[in-house]
Design a protein around this ligand. Structure first.
Ligand code: ATR
Length: 282
């Protein structure tokens, strides 16, 4: 589409940004809906973040996505936050409404939509979450909303897991585990296992869960990593006949939710999915 003075601008702020897959899915969506919008990746160094956020207003952009390492750092520069963004203290989507910048977080909800698509239900389930970082925070928020019966957080740095457990105190049944032998029995009790750590991006990575301790009784194993699309963890689970899900549909659905926040239109999910699949040559 030819760009002109009325083209509406969105984009993504991150550092580094060269490998982002978001522009392809958003630009494909704008094109499919014949919207004169454009989505541009911006490499923003941490020390430039405040200025970059100000420029959303000064340049009249519609909003942006925010990615690593800015999701938490961006919070003080915004005028309002959604309940979820406020609770988890991180933003992945900014929407300009008049002279205000509103922060949202669509990561957790995107994750739930992806689970729904795979027909993985949460109500009454025991969920074991590996990792206690920002991604785990957003996912646990939504797992609790989805009615998970018990959530066990297992993390290398136990203090981080404890702090996350404390953050959710009173919101649900949460247990904390170190990464030791206790993990083995926790896996036996789990219905769903979710890896939110970066382990598995390289095939050579040592996994937190060894292949023998993964019971066939697990209903699903989920990895939020999308590159590679099949991590070692997912490969092992699949071989055992367990349902698996990677991070690609989470990426898709968080993007679709951002699209809807900006445009007010229903996101063309299949167009966006196709664009992502092409990007990852799947
Ligand atoms: P994100 O926002 O993507 O979740 P993060 O906040 O840096 O990123 O969290 C990364 C998570 O992966 C953490 O739970 C981290 O464990 P620690 O809290 O102990 O650092 C986990 N992680 C990363 N590399 C790991 C490794 N080699 N072994 C075990 N856990 C690892």
């Amino acid at each position: 589409m030819k760009k002109n003075g009325s083209t509406k601008i969105t984009g993504i702020l991150g550092y580094p940004i060269e490998h982002t897959a978001s522009p392809c899915m958003h630009n494909a969506a704008f094109k499919a809906l014949k919207l004169d919008w454009e989505y541009i990746p911006f490499e923003v160094k941490p020390q430039q973040l405040k200025l970059a956020i100000k420029s959303i207003m000064s340049l009249g952009m519609q909003g942006v996505n925010v990615t690593i390492p800015h999701k938490k750092a961006v919070v003080p520069f915004l005028d309002e936050l959604s309940d979820e963004a406020e609770f988890i203290g991180a933003v992945n989507t900014i929407v300009r409404k008049g002279n205000k910048l509103i922060g949202y977080n669509t990561d957790g909800e995107g994750f739930i939509k992806a689970l729904e698509e795979e027909k993985i239900s949460l109500a009454g389930k025991n969920v074991l979450v590996l990792g206690a970082g920002g991604a785990a925070n957003g996912i646990i928020y939504q797992l609790l909303l989805g009615g998970a019966k018990r959530i066990t957080i297992a993390n290398r740095t136990i203090e981080k897991a404890k702090a996350l457990g404390k953050h959710f105190k009173g919101k649900g049944n949460i247990e904390i585990l170190p990464l030791d032998n206790s993990l083995k029995s926790a896996i036996k009790d789990a219905d769903i296992l979710i890896n939110t750590t970066s382990l598995g991006m390289k095939d050579a990575d040592v996994l937190l869960v060894d292949k023998n301790s993964l019971p066939k009784s697990l209903e699903a194993v989920v990895d939020i990593i999308y590159n590679p699309p099949e991590t070692k963890l997912l490969r092992i689970a699949k071989k055992k006949g367990i349902k698996t899900m990677n991070g690609l549909s989470m990426l898709l659905h968080q993007g679709a939710l951002s699209f809807e926040l900006w445009t007010g239109k229903k996101a063309p999910i299949e167009v966006m999915r196709k664009a992502l699949c092409q990007q990852f040559k799947m």
